[in-house]
Design a protein around this ligand. Structure first.
Ligand code: AMP
Ligand code: GLY
Length: 424
């Protein structure tokens, strides 16, 4: 079959790598793709938000299945456009992708269906938000309602900071229309875990757990980024935690969406906080995590195409989803200065070492091939160097060894990805 992937990051490279292993896949296209994906797929220069052009392309090339990796097109309704054109597509429709697209929606859903999450209030009026803050406890968390590249969350330690935050989100509109509405929620403490799942509208099957490192600097300092590295599984995600989440979070979320007439088919990514009072939902995403996909997908034993098709056809209950009994670590190689300002266009060397190295992967996030065929840096997050190992310690040592294979002029990485596992 012919498959089209929509997106251009490390996550989409991991998806391309995973489906390329399926005996059912003859040809992969990726729009717009990147320099690494180009080794597995034909990259098509159509933007992820150009739904009509993408659907036209899919018709013309007789694409059998389209997998949407990114949040923006899902929230914008790409699945509805593809379905209306009679095309087979994997991902939630617009009325279900709102689970990620509106934090106010997801908070109200959790409240209505008793799904554990931080206490909160939604605001569309900045004056009302400011008045609420006067009597609030600190720290407190402000969240722009809409998509904001993972940057629309402000943790405020004082009333002054929170007032400034309301200005940033609602008045200065630093995150654009994402800030027309804002959630103010209780600050929670605990370990964070990401759990990704396949959903067919009724049935949910969770994947192995992972943990992201969102801050730019070692020791979880510095600015929030798209993610500087991940490890899987999380040793903090115990059997007890899993049992609790199955009962009170995962299936209840799928059932709640169905009850609201917003049947969810695709990936639900549960961002969880393991608090003293039990696991609570930090956020939902309607797609694979990036860079969570880079450590989860290489450990999946199933043919991903079979799982995706079962989701689309509503027969996920018949799938036995299985993961390898090992571990994986992904260290992001970024451009120095990310996430603020950085240079790009530097030549990347050393990637040939990954070709014959079993259990090592170099997923491309921000790279491109120049016209004369050289691979150069083309973004803040450049590569996701990933390695498997028998356990987390071994995977971490392997991943950091592999980071030394790669060279580019302004290479930057965190040195403590997965270090928390030493405390487990
Ligand atoms: P989100 O995009 O909602 O996942 O938020 C981004 C990050 O902000 C999370 O990964 C957490 O580290 C932090 N965060 C979000 N909400 C809270 C909260 N209620 N309490 C503490 N930290 C939070
Ligand atoms: N790694 C976090 C995310 O994909 O949203």
């Amino acid at each position: 079959m012919k498959v089209l992937i929509v997106g251009s990051g490390g996550r989409e490279h991991a998806i391309a790598y995973t489906i390329a292993k399926s005996p059912r896949v003859d040809k992969i296209y990726c729009a717009p793709g990147n320099g690494g994906i180009a080794e597995l797929a034909e990259c098509v220069p159509i933007g992820a938000m150009e739904f009509d052009r993408l659907a036209e392309f899919a018709k013309e090339r007789q694409i059998d299945l389209t997998i949407v990796g990114m949040d923006d097109p899902l929230v914008g309704g790409i699945v509805d456009v593809f379905e209306a054109a009679g095309l087979r597509v994997f991902g939630p429709r617009k009325n279900a992708a709102i689970l990620e697209g509106s934090k106010a929606f997801s908070k109200d859903l959790m409240k209505k269906y008793n799904i554990p999450t931080a206490a909160y209030e939604n605001f569309t009026d900045p004056e009302a938000a400011l008045a609420y803050l006067e009597t609030a406890d600190f720290p407190i968390v402000l969240k722009a309602d809409g998509l904001a590249l993972g940057k629309g969350v402000l943790i405020c330690n004082t009333l002054e900071e929170a007032r400034e935050g309301v200005k940033t989100i609602m008045l200065d509109k630093q995150f654009g229309n994402a800030g027309n509405c804002m959630v103010i929620e209780e600050f929670m403490t605990g370990r964070e875990v990401s759990v990704l799942s396949f959903v067919d509208g009724k049935t949910i099957k969770t994947m192995t757990s992972a943990q992201d490192h969102k801050r730019a600097l070692d020791g979880d300092k510095g600015l929030n980024t798209g993610g500087m590295g991940t490890f899987s599984p999380s040793p903090f995600y115990t059997k007890e935690v899993d049992e609790f989440c199955r009962k009170y979070i995962y299936q209840p979320t799928v059932d709640a969406m169905a009850a609201e007439g917003r049947e969810f088919k695709g990936i639900i990514f549960f961002g969880l906080m393991l608090t003293e009072k039990g696991p609570k939902v930090l956020e939902y995403n309607a797609r694979f995590g990036d860079p969570e996909a880079q450590v989860v997908l290489p450990r999946m034993k199933n043919d991903m195409i079979e799982v995706v098709e079962a989701c689309i056809d509503g027969r996920l209950d018949a799938i036995d989803l299985q993961f390898e009994d090992n571990a994986a670590v992904c260290v992001v190689l970024a451009s120095e200065g990310y996430p603020v300002s950085y240079e790009k266009g530097f030549k990347i060397k050393g990637l040939e070492k990954f070709k014959d190295a079993e259990g090592y992967y170099c997923f491309h996030a921000g790279t491109k091939l120049t016209e004369d065929g050289r691979l150069v840096t083309n973004g803040g997050r450049v590569l996701g160097v990933t390695a498997k190992g028998a356990n987390l310690k071994e995977a971490r040592a392997n991943a950091y060894r592999a980071t030394e294979w790669v060279e580019f002029a302004n290479k930057y990485m965190r040195h403590d990805i997965g270090k928390a596992i030493d405390e487990a």
